[in-house]
Design a protein around this ligand. Structure first.
Ligand SMILES: Nc1ncnc2c1ncn2[C@@H]1O[C@H](COP(=O)(O)OP(=O)(O)O)[C@@H](O)[C@H]1O
Ligand SMILES: [Mg+2]
Length: 255
């Protein structure tokens, strides 16, 4: 039984169908990535899993329990934490207070304090800045704070919406290294969505490619990195030798 089992979901904004029958599975312990261009539907898929949006059709199962019409805070309590696009830390709370907010559904005080220290170990900058206001941190530091805050709920599954968006490249690399470490050491399963394909493919086990609300590819990341379409459209490696061939025409259509 997979940890997360999404079957054929359709999600709408009013009359607009943003997700057109998406299915995906996430096995416990994995890092799974959904690649897609701007507007592909990545954020909407994550919102449908975390209960912020409800699908019109299809189902979302987490640890074999159906959660597609469950309230978002109940879903957090069941073990899914969502770091939304654009991070959204509390600007007027200190770094430490932001972390404490992440544990609002818990009442094991000792465990909470221990987890603050674990977060500080992963993100030493948060310890240095613990008394600083969230809003005064840089974009990359806020992303670290948002991830750490989500960890404070002790999730089994962490959803990350474009952790690299608008962040300096050296910090993106650092954040991804920490994501990998958290997955390994805390055994936290991770589902992340990205436009930054090279980084996401490098740390993830399994990848899906989302285009206009549909999954068009699904494979191990090792295989995806060798896939000609992925190379060309997501990794920016173009194969000039096939220009004008049947395959080239098919690819143009695929785009
Ligand atoms: N609040 C909204 N109202 C109407 N349409 C929306 C809204 N948010 C997103 N969409 C549309 O849904 C589609 C998927 O958007 P989104 O999930 O945000 O894509 P991504 O995260 O991959 O950039 C896009 O066509 C987008 O324009
Ligand atoms: Mg998005």
């Amino acid at each position: 039984m997979p940890l997360l089992d999404v079957k054929n979901i359709e999600t709408y904004y009013g009359p607009i169908m943003a997700i057109k029958g998406v299915s995906l599975v996430v096995e416990e312990g994995q890092i799974v990535t959904i690649l897609g261009a701007n507007g592909a539907g990545k954020t909407t898929v994550l919102k449908t899993i975390s209960g912020v949006m409800e699908p019109e059709k299809g189902s979302v199962k987490f640890m074999d329990r159906q959660i597609d019409h469950v309230e978002p805070d109940k879903i957090v309590k069941m073990g899914i934490s969502h770091v939304p696009e654009g991070r959204e830390v509390f600007h007027d709370l200190t770094v430490r207070e932001n972390l404490m907010m992440g544990s609002y559904l818990r009442n094991d005080k000792d465990g909470i304090l221990r987890d603050v220290e674990i977060c500080y170990d992963y993100f030493p900058i948060l310890k240095t800045r613990s008394k600083q206001l969230g809003g005064s941190m840089s974009g990359g530091e806020q992303q670290m704070l948002a991830i750490a805050r989500a960890l404070m709920a002790r999730p089994k599954l962490l959803l990350l919406d474009e952790p690299s968006l608008g962040i300096a490249p050296f910090l993106v690399k650092e954040i991804y290294e920490i994501i990998k470490k958290i997955n390994k050491e805390q055994n936290t399963t991770i589902l992340l969505v990205e436009q930054n394909a090279p980084m996401a493919l490098a740390v993830s086990h399994i990848g899906y490619v989302l285009e206009l609300g549909r999954i068009v590819l699904n494979d191990t990341c090792a295989e995806l990195m060798e896939n000609e379409d992925v190379k060309e459209f997501y990794l920016g490696i173009s194969d000039q030798s096939i220009r004008g061939t049947k395959r080239w025409k098919r690819k143009k259509k695929w785009r």
